[in-house]
Design a protein. Structure first.
Length: 274
């Protein structure tokens, strides 16, 4: 369910006419307040076992916040299709990085699939020129993918000791603290009823609820295996952008995106079968 919800979060990058840092700041603050109230109503606190754990969780939260900003910025400078498909190289980055955290060797086949995925990205942009908006979108999407992979891997390690909502609340607090100084136009956004409604939906349904379920999945699945369920997100995310925003991806986007998602699914299925 979390994957189905998060697949349409990209629409808000276009529906809210504000910088990515402003949108994400509002998203993080409202989602944190909602989760904090939820935990308080259940008699739970945000206390952690040690100062070391606190620094780790807050550090993961900073990664999470920057991931969101780069992801939304990727979509804003290019299209929903390019932003989503670039981000969904993250299962491949996860397959490469997760063994390093577990003290294992990187699988050669994972590297081959990652290379093929990069070739797929190459088909998505007409030129490798920073003045090309689509190229910018791919680069920001790749940065977001690496950050998201790191966040998921590190969150899985901490999930042994803390609940999903607890971890997410602290991560959102850290993201809010880091991004608020860069939230130009935040008051205008939250004081406009339509934009405030978008933010509440984005923070409540697409963040507090969806990401809590996503983190909870780490308790039973390897991070890379959980990624298989998310690889369907670009398909209905792109369809939603076509229906609501009128964005129709050219053929090269479908071809390059197909290569990326094929590599991601292959890696996830192959790894989960070990």
């Amino acid at each position: 369910m979390s994957v189905l919800i998060m697949g349409n979060v990209t629409l808000f990058a276009k529906l809210l006419p504000f910088p990515a840092s402003t949108i994400i700041s509002g998203r993080a603050v409202i989602a944190f307040l909602l989760l904090a109230f939820f935990l308080y109503s259940r008699g739970k606190s945000l206390a952690v076992n040690s100062r070391n754990d606190l620094f780790k969780i807050l550090g993961i939260g900073v990664l999470f916040g920057v991931h969101w900003v780069t992801y939304f910025h990727s979509i804003q400078v290019s299209t929903v299709a390019i932003g989503m498909l670039s981000l969904f190289t993250y299962p491949l980055f996860t397959a490469i990085m997760e063994p390093l955290f577990d003290g294992k060797r990187i699988d050669v086949f994972s590297l081959i699939l990652a290379l093929l995925a990069f070739i797929g990205l190459g088909f998505m942009v007409p030129s490798f020129d920073w003045d090309d908006a689509n190229f910018q979108g791919v680069v920001w999407g790749l940065i977001s993918a690496v950050l998201y992979s790191l966040r998921n891997i590190l969150t899985k390690q901490m999930h042994i000791h803390y609940s999903s909502s607890h971890l997410l609340a602290l991560q959102l607090f850290a993201a809010s603290a880091v991004l608020l100084p860069f939230a130009s136009g935040l008051w205008e956004m939250i004081s406009t009823p339509k934009y405030l409604l978008y933010q509440v939906v984005l923070a409540g349904l697409f963040t507090a609820f969806a990401h809590t379920l996503w983190i909870r999945s780490f308790a039973k699945l390897p991070v890379v295996t959980a990624g298989i369920f998310s690889t369907i997100s670009p398909f209905y995310g792109i369809l939603s952008a076509w229906f609501f925003l009128g964005e129709t991806p050219p053929e090269r986007i479908w071809f390059g995106g197909g290569v990326i998602l094929f590599c991601a699914v292959m890696e996830v299925v192959r790894t989960s079968g070990k």
